[in-house]
Design a protein around this ligand. Structure first.
Ligand code: DX5
Ligand code: ZN
Length: 216
């Protein structure tokens, strides 16, 4: 599977999002990872669909929207209208309606994805593997950038990858949190192909080189 790098603009200057997404595109990013936090599912508040809509004219890259919100079902339409390309919902946010929410995202013409927290078992992602376009595994507790990668995530990536192989579904597997140039190889070997990186990309003195090296 092609390796894609999805820099998270959470680590960037919040006063310059337009310029930042342009910069990421020029420097070889594959996706723009948008961390939407509602102050409820996770303590911080970042931005919502209106901001995502404002990013759209600045880039042709896919807008990869990671919704850390308590009631994702109520938000899907507004992110589709904002021309998000991928919408990811947390399994923990609404376990009962996970499949329904993924189906709704697909019906809106957007790629559908589900995500689990580090404390959630890999098996909870299995039902999503059957219908989603992508699945995401958090390798830090969501809410903040700049945390340390949780190594136990590697086994979970393998479990999800093996399950997808058994299903015969070649879907994207994204990993988010604490990814560096040192640990990215392990993440990719475990089976992930979409790499989110916030601080690693934005703290780099040479963004293009860092993005290229993360891709391996
Ligand atoms: C955490 C976010 C991540 C975060 C990653 O809640 O979902 O996308 O920005 O940042 P780093 O790469 O710094 O861990
Ligand atoms: Zn994220």
């Amino acid at each position: 599977m092609k390796i894609k790098i999805a820099p998270s603009i959470l680590a960037s200057d919040f006063a310059k999002f337009g310029e930042t997404v342009e910069l990421l595109e020029r420097n070889g990013a594959d996706y723009i990872h948008c961390d939407v936090m509602d102050g409820n599912f996770v303590p911080p508040i970042t931005f919502g669909a209106q901001a995502v809509k404002a990013f759209r004219p600045h880039t042709s890259l896919p807008l990869d929207c990671h919704l850390m919100v308590t009631r994702p079902a109520a938000r899907l339409e507004e992110f589709a209208n904002a021309r998000a390309d991928i919408i990811t919902v947390h399994v923990e946010a609404d376990r009962e309606n996970l499949i329904k929410n993924l189906e709704k995202i697909k019906a809106l013409g957007v790629k559908a994805s589900a995500v689990i927290n580090p404390s959630t078992r890999a098996e909870e992602l299995f039902p999503a593997c059957e219908i989603a376009d992508m699945v995401l595994l958090m390798s830090v507790v969501p809410g903040w950038g700049g945390q340390k990668f949780i190594p136990e995530t590697l086994k979970k990536i393998e479990a999800v990858k093996n399950y997808c192989i058994r299903l015969g579904r070649d879907i994207d597997i994204e990993v988010d949190g604490g990814i560096t140039e040192d640990n990215v190889k392990d993440v990719i070997s475990a089976g992930a192909n979409v790499i989110v990186a916030g601080s690693t990309v934005f703290r780099s003195p040479d963004m293009a080189a860092t993005i290229a090296r993360l891709r391996g």
